[in-house]
Every structure is written in structure tokens, then in C-alpha cells.
Design a protein around this ligand. Structure first.
Ligand SMILES: Cc1cc2nc3c(=O)[nH]c(=O)nc-3n(C[C@H](O)[C@H](O)[C@H](O)COP(=O)(O)O)c2cc1C
Length: 147
């Protein structure tokens, strides 16, 4: 499992603001991700909040390293900072080829804990696998969404 945070690069001449609609961008990333992740049997989650990304990639070590190498070079974001890189006994997101959650938008579930988590990770805090799993199992609507 690899988990990282990064910051959106919105455009060359303008920083991201909360009024900007990131939906087309997220759709585009998700489309790319689903195609490649399906081929490589990678699962995970991509969250966006207030100009930052948080992503978890799960799968065979070589596969996730290859995809992460591409992701790190992607000009649509910067400040890619790895938070966690370790083997996991089983996948958390086995049904999600790459579920995208925009926490700036309306959600059908309580997102406050996820936002707190993103805020903490942005401020150099590093999670443990256990703490991540606890937040995910507690907050994410695994049954409502599959992609
Ligand atoms: C925040 C973010 C998350 C991404 N997540 C994935 C992903 O999970 N899987 C994937 O294949 N590409 C993902 N991409 C797209 C890759 O960066 C890259 O564009 C794509 O894999 C094609 O890589 P290539 O140009 O090296 O062939 C993501 C991009 C961004 C900006």
C-alpha cells in the first residue's frame, strides 16, 4: 500500500479557489486511473479537499510502484509526499478501482473526520496503517459506492 498527499496545480496563472469546479478534472483522472488500475489489479481511493489530494494505492508491489512513478510526474499536481509505504495483509478498497471523493462537494455521509484527517496530513503529520484503517472503516460508505 502506498498513501500520499499532494497539491493540485490548477493553472499556470491562477491558484485554485474553492469556487473552481474540479469535477471535470477529477473525472478525467478517475477515467485514466480506472483503465490502468484495472489492467494492473490496483485498487484504492482518491480524495480531494481544498486544493489537496490524498490517495491510497493497493496491489502488487511492482504494479503500485510503477503507477506511483507515473503519478509523481503528473503535472496536474505538485508536492507529492509519501505518507505510508508498506505491505498490507488484505485490501481495504478491494471493490474500488479508484473511487474519487470530492470532499468540497456535498456528500451523502459525514465527511468531517476525513477532512480533519486531510488537514492533519497536509501539516506534515504521518499516519499509521491502523489509524488510516480506523478512519476509513468508520467514515466511508463502502456499501453505497462501487467503481
Ligand atoms: C492525483 C492523481 C491521481 C492519479 N491516480 C492514478 C491512478 O490511481 N492510476 C493511474 O493509472 N493513474 C493515475 N493518475 C494519472 C497518472 O498520473 C498518469 O497520468 C497515468 O497513469 C498515465 O501515465 P503515463 O503517462 O506514464 O502512461 C493520477 C493522476 C493524478 C494527478
Amino acid at each position: 500500500m502506498i498513501a500520499y498527499t499532494s497539491d493540485l496545480v490548477w493553472s499556470a496563472d491562477k491558484a485554485y479557489s474553492i469556487d473552481d469546479d474540479v469535477t471535470p478534472l477529477l473525472r478525467n483522472i478517475q477515467q485514466q486511473a480506472i483503465t490502468r488500475n484495472t489492467a494492473l489489479d490496483i485498487t484504492g481511493l482518491l480524495m480531494f479537499w481544498d486544493g489537496s489530494f490524498f490517495q491510497v494505492l493497493e496491489g502488487e508491489e511492482e504494479a503500485i510502484r510503477n503507477v506511483f512513478t507515473s503519478i509523481e510526474k503528473d503535472p496536474r499536481h505538485c508536492h507529492v509526499r509519501c505518507l505510508l509505504d508498506e505491505d498490507i495483509p488484505e485490501r481495504i478498497f478491494s471493490q474500488w478501482r479508484m473511487r474519487c471523493l470530492n470532499l468540497n462537494a456535498q456528500c451523502s455521509f459525514d465527511k468531517s473526520e476525513l477532512i480533519e484527517m486531510m488537514q492533519a496530513y497536509r501539516n506534515t503529520f504521518k499516519p499509521t496503517r491502523k489509524s488510516l484503517m480506523r478512519v476509513f472503516h468508520h467514515t466511508l460508505p463502502f456499501n453505497d459506492l462501487s467503481i
